[in-house]
Design a binder for this molecule. Structure first.
Ligand SMILES: C[S@@+](CC[C@H](N)C(=O)[O-])C[C@H]1O[C@@H](n2cnc3c(N)ncnc32)[C@H](O)[C@@H]1O
Length: 242
């Protein structure tokens, strides 16, 4: 099903467009995980008639495969115009996806438009130059905050932001668990056996007190000196009554 873009788009002039060289030559590329690894999980959180926005789609087949699985109302966006053009012509199924070129930090989309905003490795790209994930630089904090504010704004009440990342919950929880976005982390699923990826489901309107807020850890304290061992206490273990 296609959608009249005028229903959701406000001012096309707000769009800042980029081109990326790699999309001139690269057909498809899948970051983090393929659709088959997350299909069942996504099916638990997304209904077939939900309006879905894929944020920073790149040349992934996520949208195409969701559409083939019967998710009918898919919008797919990226700020690289050439990848949006390429992917919109990738196959017949892609013609039934609504393609948009826009910047995630400033989306010309009406408030409360989508049931689902889905991103895979897009927010990760904002973090690539960070050396210490406990202490992010001001430009990174700004771009992430602008993007999360926009996602919250365009989500319908009770809508879900689904985010797939290699970033562990103690880092990502700090970014997502903020009152200002009017949402809460509803679940975190771990994907993979050795190297883990995480599927965060964040629900708008869910009070922060209902969230998995224990994921908001404090950064570990740096211990300045080596602990010294008090040998006189070593035998105390034998005094413990079991
Ligand atoms: C690491 S790739 C992930 C692509 C795809 N989601 C996947 O899973 O394979 C990140 C994508 O986000 C896009 N992107 C980065 N910053 C963006 C922004 N501010 N607005 C829209 N798209 C952005 C890039 O052009 C790129 O296609």
């Amino acid at each position: 099903m296609t959608f009249d873009k005028k229903i959701i788009i406000l001012q096309a002039s707000r769009v800042k467009v980029k081109q990326a060289d790699r999309f001139q030559t690269e057909d498809v590329y899948e970051w983090l995980v393929g659709y088959h690894q997350i299909k069942d999980l996504l099916g638990q959180y997304i209904n077939k008639n939900d309006t879905i926005l894929i944020l920073g789609c790149g040349n992934s087949l996520l949208g195409e495969k969701l559409r083939r699985d019967g998710f009918n109302l898919i919008f797919s966006m990226d700020y690289c115009e050439n990848v949006v053009t390429n992917m919109s012509n990738h196959c017949d199924t892609c013609k039934h996806i609504n393609w948009l070129t826009m910047d995630a930090t400033n989306m010309p989309i009406r408030d409360e438009t989508f049931d689902i905003v889905l991103e895979k490795a897009t927010i990760d790209t904002f973090l690539v130059n960070e050396k210490d994930l406990w202490t992010l630089s001001a430009p990174t904090i700004k771009i992430i905050d602008q993007t999360l504010s926009e996602i919250s704004r365009i989500l319908k009440p009770n809508g879900k932001f689904i985010s797939l990342s290699f970033n562990q919950p103690h880092f990502r929880g700090l970014l997502y668990s903020k009152d200002k976005y009017d949402w809460s982390i509803r679940s975190i699923d771990t994907i993979g056996d050795d190297f883990h990826h995480y599927l965060y489901v964040v629900q708008k309107g869910l009070p922060i007190s209902c969230s998995t807020s224990y994921y908001v850890y404090e950064p570990p304290k740096i211990i300045e000196t080596m602990a010294t061992c008090d040998e006189s206490k070593e035998n105390d273990i034998f005094d413990i009554n079991l």
